[in-house]
Ligand binder design. Structure first.
Ligand code: GN1
Ligand code: MG
Length: 379
């Protein structure tokens, strides 16, 4: 097998961690559009995940690791239902990160996780059953962490899901037009601007204390749920980089945005991009089967809004990055971020058409699960 470019360097880095055995292979894997991830295989067949943290985005990697260690420990002690969970493997010195330097003496931060075996993830949901299980997995995650001591949780990326702030950042980028792409994105810019009034809905509810802060995952894409290779039951929720205090509504909405979309985030053929109502129903059913007893009234009332708002937020983030000259998300070609923004705008429009139907389903599904949880309590 041909060795990857930085093989020797990466091997030396992995050897700094508390791992016994000889490394036989290191291969890059596609895992998100922010960090860089590798799978290391040892001579006894065991595997580990090595990740280089993108410090352009995660500016305080130690604070981020503190959140992850605390949350994964809490899950281990409070959740007996899920087969596995992420475990941070420390360095031989007992640190959660190993710090190296690149050729310009910039610090690079590496971490190692256990590799969860016999598990797979989906980039696109293939059936309602998978959507249901993804909803259940993220609902379960929120449920297990509902009593987590919030004061221990750090806000590692300020205003991460503050759609109002995202909107003003978008306006700034538009005004600056740093790389002269404004003209090309004219229609998309107008689509975003015409929806400025919805950006503040969830943020206002949080500020006015009408909805609670919860431990939120903040990146509830379907490929962040690992499911058992055979049974397809959820095994673990992964990618805890953005675990922070926030509104659970963003997690629910983002889950639908990802699990119920008929296309990948960068599909260019917009006729293929829409919300699959059956998958939306399945995800919602799975989510509410876990969380219905714990939701506040205003959370239930705004579930349908959250789907629209988080999708608009991501469209805005892709477009902002396009206008800034692609400084945040990894891109593979010139207009990648513009295509992603177009895709998400198409999804927003489809969501807007389907909102009444979705709202009706959320209400009936909520009643179903709330009712059954009361019956369980009384019986
Ligand atoms: C980024 O790299 P990944 O896939 O974990 C982003 C999310 C976006 C997502 C869109 C820290 O996540 O917020 O929803 O891309 N993460 C960060 O694919 O910005
Ligand atoms: Mg992520």
């Amino acid at each position: 097998m041909a060795k990857i470019k930085d093989y020797d360097k990466l091997r030396q880095i992995i050897e700094k961690f508390s791992i016994n055995g000889l490394i036989e292979d290191i291969s890059p894997i596609n895992n998100g559009i922010i960090n860089t991830t590798y799978v290391a295989t040892l001579n006894d067949g065991s595997k580990y995940l090595l990740q280089k943290i993108n410090v352009n985005i995660f500016k305080e990697p130690y604070r981020l690791m503190k959140n992850i260690e605390n949350v994964t420990d809490f899950i281990k002690h409070n959740d007996s239902e899920t087969r596995d969970s992420l475990t941070v493997i420390k360095t031989k010195e007992g640190a959660p990160l190993y710090v190296d330097k690149d050729e310009f003496s910039h610090k690079e931060y590496y971490r190692v996780y256990n590799y969860i075996t016999d598990a797979i993830s989906y980039d696109k949901v293939e059936s309602c059953d998978v959507a249901y299980k993804a909803g259940k997995a993220f609902g379960h995650f929120q449920k297990v962490l509902r009593n987590y001591p919030m004061e221990l949780l750090e806000e590692t990326i300020e205003n991460f899901h503050n759609t109002q702030k995202r909107y003003s950042d978008f306006l700034d980028s538009y005004k600056k037009d740093a790389v002269g792409r404004k003209e090309k994105a004219y229609f998309e810019i107008c689509e975003i601007m015409s929806r400025d009034d919805v950006c503040g809905i969830i943020v206002d509810l949080l500020n006015k204390k009408k909805i609670p802060y919860r431990v939120t995952h903040n990146d509830t894409k379907v490929n962040n749920v690992l499911v058992d290779k055979e049974t397809k039951e959820p095994v673990a929720v992964i990618d805890l980089d953005t675990v922070m205090p926030g509104s659970g509504l963003y997690d629910y909405g983002d889950g639908i945005r990802s699990a119920a979309s008929t296309a990948l985030e960068d599909e260019k053929d917009l006729t293929k991009v829409s919300i699959d109502i059956e998958k939306f129903k399945s995800y919602t059913d799975g989510f509410l089967s876990e969380m219905a007893p714990y939701l506040k009234n205003q959370e239930v009332l705004n579930m349908v809004n959250s789907i629209r708002i988080i999708t608009l937020e991501l469209a805005m983030r892709f477009l902002t990055d396009y206008l800034n000259g692609d400084t945040y998300f990894k891109t593979e070609y010139e207009d990648h971020n513009l295509d992603r923004a177009r895709n998400q705008i198409k999804l927003v429009k489809d969501i807007e058409e389907k909102m009444p139907e979705m709202e009706e389903y959320i209400n009936s599904c909520y009643k179903k699960h709330k009712g059954s949880s009361k019956r369980k309590k009384n019986s």
